[in-house]
Design a protein around this ligand. Structure first.
Ligand code: ADP
Length: 250
């Protein structure tokens, strides 16, 4: 369980460029959820993801993962917390000079695992993401969707409890988007892993997220079961996001 409590992030605090990216945000992500965090551009979604993935330190408030405030961890406890959370970044961040198999095995090599241990794990992960036949290919030889599958396999290498995905469909066409969402759903079901998806696309949330948090202008607007929130939106921002989606689908 991840409890985000009164999370505030201020960039350049006290300077002329001060920016309140998150303000007093509180909500909970339960184990096994496919949890959507949705909002307009600039709402604070990526900052939230960066706080969840320990890349950003909150200005105040906390993030409790299984009761432990992850933003205060140091040393080995911090490294262990990093392993518990896999991240799939928007640009995928693949190592272009390394093969698909080496990209996926990279976190295991960093963790000091032996070659004999890494190879079967990489094969298993590539099978899971449907890229068993691309082990020796290089990222430049792959489509956008395939690159993202490599990034997902790599994020899963250390057996994390949580997979964070930053706008996983923003660069994909509609068929690849469908396949990507099906893969994430499959991973959630097969591995029982909690998945958090940052997105501006309400169709993504509608398709696979059982829960949602709507972020608007740095603040938590509303959240809960996706079906209930979308059936009876309480905030203007959710109505606006739903309206835009319906207009696009019409
Ligand atoms: P979203 O992901 O919803 O588009 P972001 O979290 O990227 O929103 O940004 C929220 C706000 O925080 C924006 O006004 C953005 O300009 C600001 N911001 C994000 N990162 C930084 C940073 N490193 N330094 C200063 N301001 C930032």
């Amino acid at each position: 369980m991840i409890q985000i409590e009164h999370l505030t992030k201020i960039f350049g605090e006290g300077t002329a460029d001060e920016c309140v990216a998150l303000k007093d945000v509180t909500f909970t992500i339960a184990d096994g959820d496919i949890f959507g965090i949705i909002g307009m551009s600039g709402a604070g979604k990526s900052t939230l993801l960066r706080c969840l993935s320990l890349l950003e330190t909150p200005t105040s408030g906390c993030i409790l993962q299984d009761g432990v405030d992850i933003s205060t961890l140091r040393g080995k406890a911090l490294i262990d917390a990093h392993r518990k959370t896999g991240v799939v970044f928007q640009g995928y961040n693949l190592l272009m000079q390394k093969t698909v198999a080496d990209n996926v095995g990279f976190p295991l090599r960093l963790a000091g695992k032996k070659k004999a241990e890494i190879a079967p794990r990489v094969a298993e992960l590539l099978e899971l993401v449907g890229l068993a036949d691309k082990a020796s290919a290089y990222p430049a030889q792959l489509s956008g969707g395939q690159k993202q599958r490599v990034a997902i396999a790599r994020a899963l290498a250390s057996n994390p409890e949580v997979l964070l995905c930053d706008e996983p469909t923003s660069a994909l066409d509609s068929l690849t988007t469908k396949q990507m969402l099906a893969l994430l759903k499959d991973i959630n079901a097969k591995l029982g892993i909690t998945i958090v998806i940052i997105t501006h696309a309400i169709s993504v949330v509608r398709t696979i997220c059982n829960k949602v948090a709507v972020i608007d202008a740095s603040q938590f607007a509303e959240g809960g079961e996706t079906k209930a929130i979308f059936a009876h939106p309480q905030s203007n921002i959710t109505r606006l996001l739903l309206g835009k989606d319906e207009a696009r689908e019409a």
